[in-house]
Design a protein around this ligand. Structure first.
Ligand code: DC
Length: 230
C-alpha cells in the first residue's frame, strides 16, 4: 500500500467534519488539515488590526503580513493553528471570530491566499483536508470526496455541548443564529460556495454514532486506497 491518496471532506458547520477527518488521518497515518482554522486565523488578524472587509488594498497588504502554520500539540494529539508564530487555537474558536469568519472567507483575495497554501500541502498526498470547497476547488481530483451533513437541530445540540465547556453562558438561540448565518453566507457567496461535488459521497450523520460514521468513511477510504494501488 505505497500510493497515498487525498481525502477531501466538505460540509456545513458543526457537522462533525473535523472529528471524522482527524480520526481518518490518525488511522491511515495521514496528515489532517483543518482549513476552517486558516480562515479563522485570517479573520482574527483582520479583527485585531481593524481591517475593513471591503477595503481591498488594506486586505492585500494585511495578507502579506500573515504567516499560517500548524504546530503539533502532544498534549491534545492534534495540530494547533499558529498565526505569525502565535498559538491562536483557542482564540479562533471564540464567538467573536465565529461571527465574522464567514464574511472573511467570502473575500476573493483571502480565498486565493488560503487555497494556494492548501494546494501546496497536498503535493505529497497522504492528507485528509476538511473545509467547504476542498472537493470542488482545492482538490477537484481528490480520490475520495465526502460531503458531510446533519439535521440542523442536531448540529446546534452538538455545538452547544462543545461550546458550553468553555462558555457556560452560551445559549442555543445564539448558536442557532450563528449556524444559520454561516450556512447562508457559505452557500450563497460568489466565490467557491459550499456545494456537494458531483462525485462526492453524501454522509448524513444525523442518526449515526461517531463510530458508525468512522467505520463507513474508513471503508470508503480503504477501497479508494486499494484502487490507487491496484
Ligand atoms: O469549519 P469552520 O467552522 O472552522 O470554518 C470557519 C469558516 O470558514 C466557515 O464559515 C466557512 C469558512 N470556510 C471556507 O469558506 N472554506 C473552507 N475550506 C473552510 C472554511
Amino acid at each position: 500500500m505505497s500510493n497515498k491518496i487525498i481525502i477531501a471532506i466538505d460540509g456545513y458547520s458543526s457537522c462533525g467534519k473535523s472529528t471524522l477527518a482527524k480520526a481518518l488521518a490518525a488511522k491511515l497515518e495521514y496528515v489532517f488539515i483543518d482549513t476552517g482554522a486558516m480562515y479563522r486565523a485570517v479573520a482574527l488578524y483582520f479583527l485585531r488590526n481593524k481591517i475593513a472587509f471591503d477595503d481591498s488594498a488594506a486586505i492585500v497588504a494585511a495578507l502579506t503580513k500573515i504567516t499560517l502554520n500548524f504546530s503539533y500539540n502532544a498534549a491534545t494529539l492534534k495540530s494547533d493553528m499558529m498565526l505569525n508564530n502565535e498559538n491562536v487555537e483557542a482564540e479562533i474558536r471564540e464567538m467573536a471570530v465565529s461571527q465574522k469568519v464567514s464574511e472573511v472567507a467570502a473575500i476573493g483575495e483571502v480565498r486565493d491566499f488560503a487555497v494556494a497554501q492548501q494546494q501546496a500541502m497536498g503535493t505529497q498526498k497522504g492528507i485528509v483536508m476538511d473545509g467547504r470547497d476542498i472537493g470542488t476547488v482545492v482538490f477537484p481530483n481528490a480520490a475520495l470526496k465526502i460531503f458531510v451533513t446533519a439535521d440542523p437541530a442536531i448540529r446546534v445540540e452538538r455545538r452547544f455541548l462543545e461550546l458550553r465547556l468553555t462558555n457556560p453562558t452560551i445559549s442555543k438561540e445564539e448558536i442557532t443564529a450563528n449556524l444559520q448565518h454561516r450556512d447562508l453566507l457559505d452557500t450563497t457567496r460568489e466565490r467557491s460556495p459550499l456545494r456537494q461535488a458531483a462525485d462526492a459521497k453524501l454522509l448524513d450523520n444525523s442518526t449515526m454514532t461517531r463510530e458508525e460514521q468512522f467505520a463507513l468513511a474508513l471503508q470508503w477510504a480503504l477501497d479508494k486506497i486499494k484502487e490507487a494501488n491496484g
